[in-house]
Design a binder for this molecule. Structure first.
Ligand SMILES: [Zn+2]
Ligand SMILES: [Zn+2]
Length: 150
């Protein structure tokens, strides 16, 4: 499967493009540069979907995304929300919310070069278990960022 809603287009900035894959490499992706700074999400859905917490996310334009591989599966974890993962190895790859239809989030840990993206804050701390208390000095928000970034 090659999913490229923008096939033939040129919205992917080659110099800034990011690439990544799941653990088993059955699914690979390529996408354009970040739309916003990356974040750590401590919400219950991310914790359950990943089996741990927090989960690092970065956001890109959905139209810039190309998937390579045929193992992508979709789980609708909430109304209007789609989480996609590799059906072979289980790696969580993306989060999409119909309230931000032109954007998509990718898991930070799936990047080929994870050091290219650094989260700047923590969101949904209201959901975080007692053992999930970051001490990195970054801003911590009870829910979403106070600015309409996500
Ligand atoms: Zn996989
Ligand atoms: Zn979350």
């Amino acid at each position: 499967m090659r999913q490229s809603p923008n096939a033939g287009g040129s919205s992917v900035d080659t110099a800034a493009a990011l690439t990544g894959r799941c653990l088993c490499a059955a699914m690979r992706y390529r996408c354009a540069a970040l739309l916003y700074p990356a974040t750590w999400c401590h919400c219950e859905s991310c914790r359950r979907a990943s089996g741990t917490a927090p989960v690092g996310w970065f956001t890109v334009a959905r139209a810039s995304v190309e998937f390579h591989g045929d193992a992508l599966r979709t789980h609708r974890s909430s109304p209007g929300v789609e989480r996609r993962f590799c059906s072979v190895c289980g790696t969580p790859l993306t989060y999409w919310n119909e309230q931000r239809p032109t954007e998509i989030d990718f898991t930070l840990g799936s990047l080929d070069e994870p050091d290219r993206v650094t989260p700047v804050d923590h969101i949904w701390m209201a959901d975080a278990p007692e053992w999930d208390r970051p001490a990195d000095g970054l801003p911590q928000h009870a829910g979403l960022r106070p600015t309409p970034l996500r």
